[in-house]
Structure formats: structure tokens, C-alpha cells
Design a protein around this ligand. Structure first.
Ligand code: ZN
Length: 305
């Protein structure tokens, strides 16, 4: 969304304009990459460390931000597997006290969500930080969708800067995405969003990703394809009828979903028509969970050839 705004020359909200011009960058996105890279370098993480997981409290420490309410990483979480729900990072709160900024996390937040929330709030902080300190004027302005988008982007860059550095168009994007989510301790949604980020060039042009789940309202004896419906999507401007359409019987999505393998993955080029997402795409898909008890999920990616 932000990338589109900037590439069409649309006027940005003031905080993004000031941030961009102070950085002397061509775009706010490029300015945020530089700002995030400085934070990562201060944590001792430069390229070549892409496999290392950056700690959220370490990110706060190098930014001199006080962090309240950070949960501990528990063994329970490791066994529970990937968090597949859609989740935006805007759940913590940031107060830009010039003496010491503070990020407060809500009580009971789980470890993975806390990481994303911290990344997001550091994004807001970086946006309002100037060489001379916090920009008190922009910090007081109500946030905008563009500011939220750049804060989300900053969070993904901080937590997954080089997550896809070693991968290429030849690999199954969805498998890479699941590996990245595990390695970086982020949600599947965040790792999927990272696939389409402007600084990620590994996969060529990605039209989008869709997570499919079994619609609990669908008849249990119906074909699996007709029970699968989009749960969330990252398809840019395309309209995807979440919860209101189903997978096509002959689609790769239906195929991996009905595979007898617990974890099934596949890739092929086929005609796609899901809402307004239409065309011939290379589809990468992975299915996991059980169709018996309604927990089967399929994550699919649509790549331009
Ligand atoms: Zn926010």
C-alpha cells in the first residue's frame, strides 16, 4: 500500500515526509530500511547473521526504549507450532517521552505477538525520531493508515531483515515462509507479509498469499474443496471474498488439502480465479492440520511467471 503511494508520487502524511527528508532518502520506505539497519547493527546483527533471531528486548535496549509487560518465551509455545491467525502489530502502546520512550504491552500477550507488537512500536518511534531527539510535533499527530503501514513494515524488517536472503524463485514460497516464521518467532501472517515487501526480491513478483481454512458452516459431508474458504489474504488491491467463496475442486489448493499426508506441499502453474485475483499463476501451497476435526489449513502463494 505504502509502496504504491510512494511510486505514484501521492503526497505522504507529514510525519513520513519529515522522516524521509531528514534521512535524505528517495522514499520513506528506503529511509525506514536505513533506520532499521542501524538498529540491527547496534544489536550486532548485520547481513550474514540472517539466521539469527533478534531479541525484542535487545531492540528496545539499543533504542533506549523502556519495555513493560514482555512475556517470557515458554516451552509450551514451542510445541504449539505456528500461529496462523491474522494479527496486526498495533496492540502495544508507545509513549514518546523525550526522557525515555516507553513501550507497554497488554497483559497476557503471547511471546510471538509481543515480538511483532514491539517491532511495530519501534517503527513508530523511528518515524518520529530525528537527530535532535523526538519530533514533538509529528509525535503528537494522530496516526494515519500510511504511518501504520510503515510501522508494520519496520517491524517486519527488524524481525526478519534477511529471512529470505538465501532463497530464490525456485523454492516453494510457502515452505520458505513457514520456515521464516519459525526461525524469526513471528506469526505466519507476518512472515507471509514479508514475502511481498519492497526490499524482498527473492521471489520475483508475488501477486499474493491466501490462508484457507475449513468453513465451520459448510456441510461436513461436502467435498473438502467446497469447505475450504479464505481466512485471510495478502493480495494487495485484489478483492478476495473471505469466508464467502470456496476452493475449486481441481485446484492445487484442493489437492494439497485432500492429500493423505499430514503435511503436504506442491507447486504448479494453473489458471486462478479467486474473487478479483484472476490469471495464470505459479501456485505454491502447503497444507497441515486435520480435515477430520476441521483444523486443516492451506497457505497458498500466487506468483507471476
Ligand atoms: Zn501503530
Amino acid at each position: 500500500m505504502l509502496h504504491k503511494l510512494e511510486s505514484t508520487g501521492t503526497e505522504l502524511p507529514l510525519p513520513l515526509k519529515r522522516f524521509r527528508s531528514e534521512a535524505g532518502a528517495a522514499t520513506a520506505i528506503a529511509a525506514m530500511e536505513v533506520a532499521a539497519d542501524r538498529v540491527l547493527a547496534a544489536c550486532g546483527l548485520q547481513s550474514g547473521h540472517e539466521r539469527l533471531r533478534v531479541s525484542a528486548s535487545e531492540l528496545c535496549r539499543v533504542c533506549d526504549i523502556r519495555l513493560e509487560g514482555a512475556p517470557k518465551r515458554t516451552a509450551k509455545r514451542a510445541s504449539r507450532g505456528l500461529s496462523s491467525e491474522k494479527f496486526s502489530g498495533h496492540t502495544g502502546s508507545l509513549s514518546l517521552d523525550p526522557a525515555q520512550p516507553l513501550i507497554r504491552l497488554p497483559a497476557g500477550i503471547d511471546f510471538v505477538r509481543a515480538r511483532i507488537a514491539v517491532g511495530h512500536e519501534i517503527g513508530h518511534y523511528l518515524l518520529h525520531r530525528r537527530a535532535s531527539g523526538i519530533d514533538r510535533f509529528t509525535a503528537r499527530l494522530e496516526s494515519t493508515p500510511a504511518e501504520e503501514a510503515i510501522a508494520e513494515y519496520a517491524g517486519r524488517v527488524l524481525l526478519m531483515r534477511h529471512a529470505y536472503a538465501d532463497t530464490s524463485y525456485a523454492s516453494n514460497v510457502v515452505l520458505e515462509c513457514m520456515n521464516a516464521a519459525r526461525r524469526a518467532d513471528v506469526t505466519l501472517h507476518a512472515a507471509a507479509a514479508r514475502v511481498g515487501d519492497p526490499d524482498v526480491k527473492s521471489f520475483g513478483s508475488v501477486a499474493g498469499l491466501i490462508l484457507w481454512r475449513i468453513n465451520p458452516a459448510a456441510a461436513r459431508d461436502a467435498a473438502l474443496a467446497s469447505r475450504l474458504t479464505p481466512s485471510w489474504h495478502l493480495c494487495g488491491g485484489a478483492f478476495i471474498p473471505v469466508g464467502r467463496c470456496h476452493a475449486r475442486r481441481s485446484s492445487l489448493i484442493a489437492e494439497v488439502a485432500s492429500s493423505s499426508d499430514g503435511n503436504a506441499s506442491a507447486s504448479r502453474t494453473e489458471e486462478v480465479e479467486i474473487g478479483s485475483l484472476k490469471g495464470r499463476f505459479r501456485v505454491d501451497a502447503v497444507a497441515w492440520g486435520s480435515s477430520e476435526n476441521g483444523t486443516r489449513l492451506v497457505l497458498s502463494a500466487f506468483l507471476e511467471e
